[in-house]
Design a protein around this ligand. Structure first.
Ligand code: NAI
Ligand code: MG
Length: 821
């Protein structure tokens, strides 16, 4: 043992181990063998069992049950039978339980932290100071949302039974992120922790018992991916919430396609960490430590790509290497350890393999001079320089303590590099120039942007991905949406249609279009004068012309050269429309991307354009009423439909500059700006019901929010939509913002769903195609919104318009900006 003078000489750390006594006692008390928590009771698993190991030693900690399909089913049954009473308890009743859970977590915080570190290998400093306090905070915050639900989420109700599947990197924290909002909103849950790290979830189950949570409200079943898959496919689960790899996210998207289950996915990332030349490099170095060596880099939003301005790159690399030399790796229970153990041999091998590949690709590897412990599974902090942006290590999520560094010259180049990935979970931006930071932040494709900070989280702020990092948010008001539905939405695709009068009549009617091979269209040149307010609108085209497609602000012939006849109510041909195909969709998507400037304009400008659109439609009320009447054979309601369409445009013109964000109260010296942003290019496939109103109601919310649209009008009654070209032209809607491709809606929906440059897709049509749309969307994990053939009453202000549409047209980005010196 070193003497005190010697320690003063070397200034080296002595061991400072956290006590494991109470955790071991708890484990021994259970004979290191755990059961399943179902319906408020502990049930011995009937299937296999498996060991959970301590990653720092490689030794077993306890034995867990692998829940079978039957046990999954029994947990779902327990959750189902508890749900109605849990909902009926009301917001205040639920708030009391959530508050009690928060208190309980705090009371038992030390054992939870120790168990977490034993089971996961993360440093005790992190589990004690970050994970567990955030868990308590999440339950407190959501106790508040339970209390406020009836006032703040009017018109919304619980979804029902939620299946929740979480990863091993933040076991108890992910449990809290899943369970707290679900319970607050009146749902009951079946949660499956990751097979490597189930212990804190089991201890949490006991806390539920201790506070007297009604049996069945929380059920915890252990097991690996097979148990997860059984939960995903169980027919009586109303929603799946998943955090984990993008690969499994894809499997779950496909497995739930068409089931009507709500889905939220929080998946992988390869998050950029952008350093501008004026950044405080010493803070940046500490930032990198938090970005990539926090939790051994096993963090979905880890800042794993340092993008640094060329001028300061060498200095940063030097400072980083110095800092890396001083990082302490070792026993995670040691309070002075910075980096703990990697979760499992399989993960360690994956990291080693990716690092090897990085070297093979020609990147330069640097690791500190010290060596790692050899018991357990450790990997040293690793820096790669001379990395090409397309290299495997620059693109693939490593999920380990490995960071790559690349340089840029201009802010524009930094944004381009930052977005050069299929992911979009988080980003951090380092600069002393707030103007630059706030200019760059909105350009980053990421659900969270941290300015001069990184890896900070709070229950009041939403967290979640863009692009292949998934969809849905956890935390904040935006996270609550995942756990509610609208009161008018009954069932979940089980063929429970919404009574919507005339809309249903349209849907029931057999599709009346016929395919006319090779019919040539009449040349009908539009007077295309300048788009000014003075221009006199041309009258609607005469009956029996062929409406072309509308792409990039121009009327174009369909690639196929085919047209479809459009029949009126009496079965007489009233016109023709082009039969769009894959190529037309491709062109329309391209045009929609080119029109992305629409999002960058002001909301005020978008509102003005939309009011003008309404005004121009109003000027043609009679013509449009005539067109709709011809289609539906119902003149009085046709006039009403046009009136409603005009009103609807007003609604979204009004919303354009009012659906704004929030400043979240995160408990740091921070402002957290929650900004709704457009999704990008949205495909919108319209229903047959209400030819004009349905079309207008479907395309207006996306464009009001700054998206650009590839719209497919009803195949049965497309002329009301194609007549709208001229109104769009005369209303200063820029070319490419609305593209209209007519044809077989289901076929075009499938093409849009599989198209990787389409960022989101709304499909209002049959249950079968809804399922296909969800299944085909997995290529780029685009967000989809389908109605499973249920239909909606477009004339109803709740079903046909409002917040639901705005939420579906946007994604929330949270920007964290610290203040103070
Ligand atoms: P994973 O995605 O396989 O596991 C996450 C959870 O899903 C676990 O509870 C697992 O049992 C469950 N699961 C696995 N297959 C399933 C299926 N077919 N259906 C339903 N549930 C299923 O992640 P894994 O294998 O633990 O790690 C592999 C890689 O995934 C990591 O190397 C890392 O790159 C990434 N990952 C990303 C996470 C994130 O938060 N973004 C978290 C964990 C892993
Ligand atoms: Mg373990």
């Amino acid at each position: 043992m070193a003497s005190i003078p010697e320690i003063f000489q070397t200034m080296s750390y002595g061991p400072a181990p956290e006590g494991v006594g109470p955790a071991n006692e708890w484990l021994e008390g259970h004979g290191r063998n755990f059961e399943l928590f179902i319906g408020g009771e502990w049930i011995a698993g009937k299937g296999d069992s498996f060991e959970t190991l301590n990653p720092a030693t490689g030794k077993p900690v306890a034995r867990l049950a692998q829940a079978t399909d039957a046990e999954v089913a029994s947990a779902v049954r327990a959750a189902r039978s508890a749900q109605a009473a849990w909902w009926s308890l009301g917001g205040h009743g639920r708030a009391r339980y959530l508050y009690a859970l928060a208190r309980e977590v705090q009371k038992h915080s030390r054992i939870l932290a120790v168990l977490e570190t034993l089971d996961n290998g993360k440093p005790i400093r992190e589990s004690r100071d970050i994970d567990v306090p955030l868990v308590a905070r999440h339950f407190y915050h959501h106790a508040g949302w339970a209390q406020l639900m009836e006032q703040e989420l009017q018109g919304r109700v619980a979804v029902g039974v939620i299946g929740q599947i979480i990863p091993w990197n933040f076991p108890l924290l992910m449990l809290a992120w899943k369970i707290a909002p679900a319970l607050a909103m009146g749902n009951t849950v079946v949660l499956k922790p990751a097979e490597f790290t189930s212990l804190t979830a089991l201890r949490f189950a006991e806390l539920c018992q201790e506070i007297g949570l009604p049996p069945g409200v929380v059920n915890i079943i252990t097991g690996d991916g097979r148990t997860g898959a059984a939960l995903v496919s169980h027919p009586d689960v109303d929603k799946i919430a998943f955090t984990g790899s993008t690969d499994v996210g894809r499997i779950i998207r496909a497995a739930t396609a068409g089931s009507g289950k709500k889905l939220s996915l929080e998946l992988g990332g390869k998050s950029p960490f952008i350093v501008f030349s004026d950044a405080d490099l010493d803070s940046v170095v500490e930032g990198v430590v938090d970005a990539i060596w926090f939790n051994q880099g096993q963090v979905c939003c880890a800042g794993s790509r340092i993008l640094v301005h060329e001028g300061v790159a060498d200095r940063l690399v030097m400072k980083l290497k110095q800092r890396m030399e001083t990082l302490r790796i070792g026993d995670p229970l040691d309070k002075a350890v910075d980096i703990g153990a990697i979760i499992a041999p399989v993960q360690l091998e994956k990291i080693q393999e990716l690092v090897r590949r990085g070297e093979d690709e020609g990147a330069t590897l640097w690791q500190p001079s010290w060596s790692c412990p050899t018991d357990g599974w450790f990997f040293p902090p690793t820096l790669f320089t001379e990395v090409s942006p397309a290299a495997n290590i620059a693109q693939v999520e490593i999920f380990g303590p490995v960071v790559v560094l690349m340089t840029f010259r201009t802010p524009a180049e930094s944004v381009e590099l930052a977005n050069n990935t299929r992911y979009g979970l988080a980003a951090s931006v380092w600069t002393e120039n707030i103007n630059l930071a706030l200019d760059v932040a909105p350009q980053l494709k990421a659900g969270t942007v941290w300015v001069n900070c990184t890896n900070v989280f709070d229950a009041a702020s939403g967290f979640g991905g863009y692009r292949e990092s998934g969809f849905g948010r956890e935390g904040g008001r935006e996270g609550l949406r995942e756990y509610v539905k609208w009161a008018w939405q009954r069932g979940r695709g089980a063929g429970e249609p919404v009574p919507n009068g005339r809309a249903m009549k349209h849907q029931a009617r057999k599709r009346q279009t016929v395919n006319r091979k090779g019919s040539t269209s009449v040349r009908h040149e539009q007077p295309r004068g300048p788009s000014t307010r003075e221009r006199v609108p041309a009258p609607l085209p005469p009956i029996n012309r062929t409406a072309k497609l509308y792409i990039g602000g121009k009327q174009v012939r369909p690639d196929s050269g085919y047209s479809l006849a459009v029949l009126d109510d009496a079965g007489r041909q009233m016109g023709e429309v082009g039969q769009g195909n894959r190529k037309d969709i491709r062109n329309a998507v391209e045009a929609a991307h080119k029109a992305a400037g629409w999002a960058r304009g002001t909301a005020h400008n978008r509102a003005q354009v939309l009011y003008y659109l309404a005004e121009n439609l109003a000027a043609r009320t009679e013509e449009f009423s005539g067109r709709v009447a011809m289609t539906t054979g119902d003149a009085p309601s046709a006039a009403r439909e046009v009136e409603l369409a005009i009103e609807r445009i007003y609604t979204y013109a009004a919303w354009a500059d009012k659906y704004d964000g929030a400043v979240h109260h995160t408990p740091y010296r921070n402002v957290t700006l929650a900004m709704p942003e457009p999704i990008g290019v949205l495909g919108v496939v319209c229903s047959d019901a209400w030819p004009l109103l349905g079309f207008v109601s479907s395309i207006l919310p996306p464009i009001a929010m700054g998206n650009t649209v590839v719209a497919v009008p009803s195949a049965r009654a497309p002329l009301a939509a194609t007549d709208l070209y001229q109104v769009l032209d005369t209303s200063d809607v820029p070319g490419g913002v609305v593209n209209i491709v007519t044809g077989d809606g289901d076929e075009l929906a499938r093409i849009l769903a599989a198209h990787d440059d389409v960022d989101g897709l709304w499909y209002f049509g049959s249950a079968e195609t809804s399922a296909e749309v969800e299944r085909l969307s997995t290529g780029n994990m685009k967000r989809t919104w389908v109605d499973l053939g249920q239909g909606r009453d477009w004339s109803d202000a709740r079903q046909g318009a409002g917040e639901e549409f705005l939420e579906q047209a946007t994604q929330v980005k949270n920007i964290w900006i610290p203040y103070g010196e």
